[in-house]
Design a protein around this ligand. Structure first.
Ligand SMILES: Cc1ncc(COP(=O)(O)O)c(C=O)c1O
Length: 391
């Protein structure tokens, strides 16, 4: 069914696989033993010699995390900032764009709740207009319609690549082409795509890309990153900087760092960052295209199984990724989630408030979210679909 891949080895390297069927990788994917060890070892070191000395000992390993993340998105290390999560990265990117009354920001119907709330706040506080690019017949962003919204007032295009509530993969490259043609900065939220889809910022044509560690990259919670293009580094400044992002060089003067680490704070969780680095190195060793092929095929197979069991799926778009949403008629999603958990099957639940525009238009309530990863097996899919059928 899927490309040659050593599933047994991937499962053996993942302690959580022994505990049951895990289908919440879009929530927080299972970490490998190596990712767990990287964190625990660093915490032990901090416990023995103190956090500052431990940071000095692991300086090179922390520096290597930027190289590794750059490898995931096709960017140099100097264009990567490490932050606590994708939302923090999004705020740093969004806040870099000067906005005033009458300016417009274009987004999409599947935009993530946290981002949209910030857009609404900017509308209320600064008088910007939010323009929502409509979906095409398949449900993905209609690139031509989006292009038609761009005019002299447009300051930013901010779009979620993969939404939180399904398998949709928005046509980011097409949107990037519009951004490049019109000169409008493009902020791509890749929180749900990084790690499961092969990304390249050059191909995507984005100025900012935000990602999170705990989802398809299989890193620890509380990790995320921001890619910033040379153009935004030259033309914009972060909304919040400390004396690490900008050197305090004289009582009345600071100098912004030239690289993307200007978006960071001095203080961060070193153990989590080292765990993220281990996760990213493992993903690169497998090859993200290999992950993408396997995850896509497994999710397609899951959709077929659900359809065969008479269960509806709610994923939009021409191209679908490793996230599948469904529901059991007459049952609350949270109740089904709990019932499955009782059988050792972990699935997620997505609620309308995370993608309110799309959920509202389609009249979606809470949905069960099943998300696969490389260690998922056909037996896992069968077990989950059977359990849903019994619910
Ligand atoms: C599309 C999308 N963007 C952003 C985020 C936020 O990521 P984080 O929780 O790391 O801030 C999520 C989280 O589910 C998401 O689904």
């Amino acid at each position: 069914m899927t490309a040659a891949f050593d599933v047994a080895a991937a499962r053996a390297a993942t302690p959580g696989c022994a505990a049951g069927v895990y289908l919440d990788n879009a929530g927080a994917a299972l970490m490998t033993r190596r990712v767990l060890d990287a964190q625990v070892e660093h915490l032990e070191l901090e416990g023995r010699i103190g956090g500052y000395a431990a940071a000095r000992e692991r300086h090179a390993e922390v520096a290597a995390v930027y190289e590794s993340l750059g490898g995931v998105v096709g960017a140099p290390a100097a264009s990567i900032a490490l932050v606590e999560n994708a939302t923090a990265a999004w705020h740093q990117a969004f806040g870099s764009i000067p906005l005033q009354r009458g300016d417009a920001v274009i987004t999409c119907e599947a935009e993530y709740g946290a981002n949209y709330v910030s857009l609404l706040k900017a509308r209320d506080e600064r008088g910007i207009e939010i323009l929502v690019a409509p979906p095409d017949g398949s449900g993905q962003v209609d690139v031509e319609a989006l292009a038609g919204l761009v005019d002299g007032r447009t300051r930013l295009i901010a779009v979620s690549h993969v939404p939180t509530n399904g398998g949709l993969v928005n046509p980011a490259e097409g949107i990037g082409a519009v951004a490049r043609r019109t000169g409008v900065p493009f902020l791509l939220d890749a929180a749900q795509s990084v790690g499961q889809i092969d990304l390249d910022v050059g191909r995507l044509g984005c100025d900012f890309l935000v990602g999170t560690g705990r989802k398809f990259l299989r890193g620890p919670r509380g990790t995320g990153f921001l890619y910033a293009s040379p153009r935004v580094l030259a033309e914009t400044v972060p909304p919040a900087v400390d004396h690490f992002g900008a050197r305090w060089v004289a009582p009345d003067r600071y100098e912004m760092r030239p690289d993307a680490r200007r978006y960071e704070n001095w203080e961060f969780n070193h153990a989590a960052v080292l765990g993220l680095g281990a996760a990213v190195d493992e993903a690169l060793a497998i090859g993200i295209p290999v992950v993408e092929q396997r995850v896509t095929a497994l999710a397609a197979s899951l959709r077929e199984r659900l359809a065969a069991a008479g269960l509806e799926t709610f994923d939009l778009g021409e191209r679908r990724c490793g996230i599948v949403t469904t529901r059991v008629p007459g049952r609350e999603a949270a109740d089904v989630q709990e019932a499955l958990a009782g059988q050792g099957i972990t699935v997620g639940v997505t609620t309308p408030g995370s993608t309110l525009l799309d959920a509202g238009r389609r009249g979606l309530g809470d949905l069960l979210r099943l998300s696969v990863h490389v260690f998922t097996t056909d037996d896992d899919l069968d077990a989950a679909v059977e359990a849903l059928g019994r619910s």
